[in-house]
Every structure is written in structure tokens, then in C-alpha cells.
Design a protein. Structure first.
Length: 299
């Protein structure tokens, strides 16, 4: 198998064939497209199996002359993408290539990998049924909160720019995510500006004041909950629950999955489960072959 596996630098990647592989892969995710990688990663190279039958993006950086693989902010999971199943043999062949070029790796592998690594939770909810069918999967606590939201004067709107939501998220929550730097926000904001057909922005307002808002990314398979903000005034109104419920209503009956993008935090995980979401775990892969005396500072 390894004789058919080649390492390509970014400028050697055939973008058309690459993106077609991601598009048709059984486990294709928006994070794997060339335009998204170009936008969010400082550098990326690739492992390609045969004629783009399977691909693996390698997002990398360099510090003190040492190249290492990392997962950029606003990228949840990468790994191997292919039409066929990701077998243990395939995974081993791909992962064995990494230490030949990189001394350190921390990488989140997508949900279709064989499952021999530590897991992270990611909750998804199919939107295939009617809104009534989706609502039947809501837990009672959510239904009670939605009744309260119905009397709060909330309205659902599509008239909001992604930059407004992203700036608010950084202002309200940025201190909790020290690893997300200014250039990461700028990169994600630029993606939203350059690829508006992949961006869905929705908000809940009350008396013309913003209460809750989200930035979703969209491909032909999923809606990805990338950014979610609730202002203090919206918490007592159950604004975020109202907003997500309204999104479910809007996209009910499509072939999309709603991807909550996490979480391992028990309270947040339970919140997602209240919408009928199920866990589709992905995997964390790490190795460290740095010299012992090197104090590693990830960026």
C-alpha cells in the first residue's frame, strides 16, 4: 500500500481532484476542502493515495526550525478522507509517514477512523424529517424552555453579518480561548467574506436588540455550528434555545446533518442531547519525538 502513497507539498496538490475527493468521500467534511485549509492553516501539505482515492491534509507550522503538525482553530477534525472505509491498515500507512518529516504531532482525526485513539465528543442531529418529527425528539426540559421563549418576544432573523457575530464572540468569550489568536479570527472572518454561499448567519432579536446569534458553515452534507453567542439579555429569554429550534424548523426536511461541533463538557453535551443529538466521536492522535531539552510551546 505504501508504494502508492505520496507526500505532496501544497503547490503540488491538484486542487480540483483534491476537492472532488473531499466532496465524494463518505466521510467528507468542510474542514478538508482546499479553500478552507488555505484560509485557516499557515501551511499545509498532503498525503495522497493513488489518484486521489484517499487524501489526508497535514496542517503544519515551524518553530525553532522544527516542523510540527497541529490542528488550527476553527478546524475540528481532519485525518483521512475517502469513499471507502478507513481501515486500520490504511490509517497505519498514512500515520507512519508523519514521523519521517515531523517531530511532533497533535492532530484530531475524523469520526471515520478505526477508533483506536482517545476520543472527543461531537454531537450531530439529522434534519431529514419534518419539523414535527424533529421536535418529537426534543427532551421535556427543552420543550418547557421553548414555551418560556415563546412569551419573550423573540424574533428570528437572517439579517446579520458574520463579522458582527464573530466580534461579539471574541469580546464575550475570547478570554476562555487563549489559543485563538487575532490572526485566527482574521482568517475565519476572511473565509466568511470570500465564501458567502457556505456561510449561514442567524440571530434571535428582541425589541431590535441582539439576544443570540450563530455562524454556521454549510456544505452539501452538514450545517456546522462554528460560533454561537448569547448576550446577557438573551439568557433569561432562552434566546439560544429559541434560535437553534428556529434553525431546525428552517432546515427540517433537508438531507443535512446539524453538527453541534462538540462538546466534552458535560453541561454542554447535555444541552445538545436535549435537541435529540447523538454523539459521533472523533479521535485525538499525538506523538512527541522532540529532544528532551526542548521546552515545547505550541502556537
Amino acid at each position: 500500500m505504501q508504494s502508492h502513497l505520496q507526500y505532496l507539498t501544497r503547490d503540488q496538490v491538484d486542487t480540483g481532484r483534491w476537492d472532488q475527493c473531499i466532496h465524494t468521500a463518505a466521510n467528507g467534511l468542510i474542514y478538508g476542502y482546499s479553500w478552507y485549509l488555505d484560509g485557516m492553516a499557515r501551511h499545509w501539505d498532503a498525503l495522497v493515495w493513488n489518484d486521489y482515492e484517499a487524501v489526508m491534509p497535514l496542517t503544519w507550522n515551524r518553530k525553532w526550525g522544527i516542523q510540527y503538525i497541529y490542528t488550527p482553530p476553527f478546524v475540528q477534525q481532519l485525518g483521512i478522507f475517502t469513499k471507502a472505509a478507513v481501515t486500520k491498515e490504511m490509517e497505519t500507512a498514512f500515520l507512519n509517514e508523519l514521523p519521517k518529516r515531523f517531530r511532533f504531532t497533535e492532530l484530531f482525526l475524523n469520526y471515520a477512523h478505526p477508533g483506536s485513539h482517545p476520543t472527543r465528543s461531537n454531537f450531530i442531529c439529522p434534519l431529514h424529517g419534518s419539523y414535527e418529527q424533529l421536535r418529537n425528539n426534543y427532551r421535556n426540559v427543552l420543550l418547557k424552555n421553548l414555551k418560556r421563549a415563546a412569551h419573550a418576544g423573540l424574533e428570528y432573523t437572517t439579517q446579520l453579518q458574520a463579522a458582527v457575530v464573530l466580534d461579539a464572540w471574541r469580546e464575550l468569550y475570547g478570554a476562555r480561548f487563549q489559543h485563538v489568536r487575532t490572526h485566527h479570527y482574521q482568517r475565519f472572518k476572511k473565509i466568511c467574506e470570500q465564501h458567502p454561499h457556505h456561510v449561514v448567519v442567524r440571530a434571535a432579536v428582541c425589541a431590535n436588540a441582539l439576544c443570540s446569534a450563530v455562524i454556521l458553515l454549510k456544505d452539501h452534507r452538514r450545517l456546522y455550528l462554528m460560533v454561537s453567542v448569547t448576550w446577557p439579555a438573551g439568557k433569561g429569554k432562552q434566546a439560544n434555545r429559541f434560535l437553534l429550534d428556529s434553525i431546525f424548523r428552517e432546515f427540517a426536511g433537508t438531507q443535512l446533518l446539524f453538527d453541534f461541533e462538540g462538546s466534552d463538557i458535560p453541561g454542554i453535551a447535555m444541552y445538545f442531547k436535549n435537541f435529540g443529538a447523538i454523539d459521533q466521536p472523533y479521535y485525538f492522535y499525538r506523538y512527541n519525538r522532540l529532544p528532551r531539552l526542548v521546552k515545547w510551546l505550541k502556537s
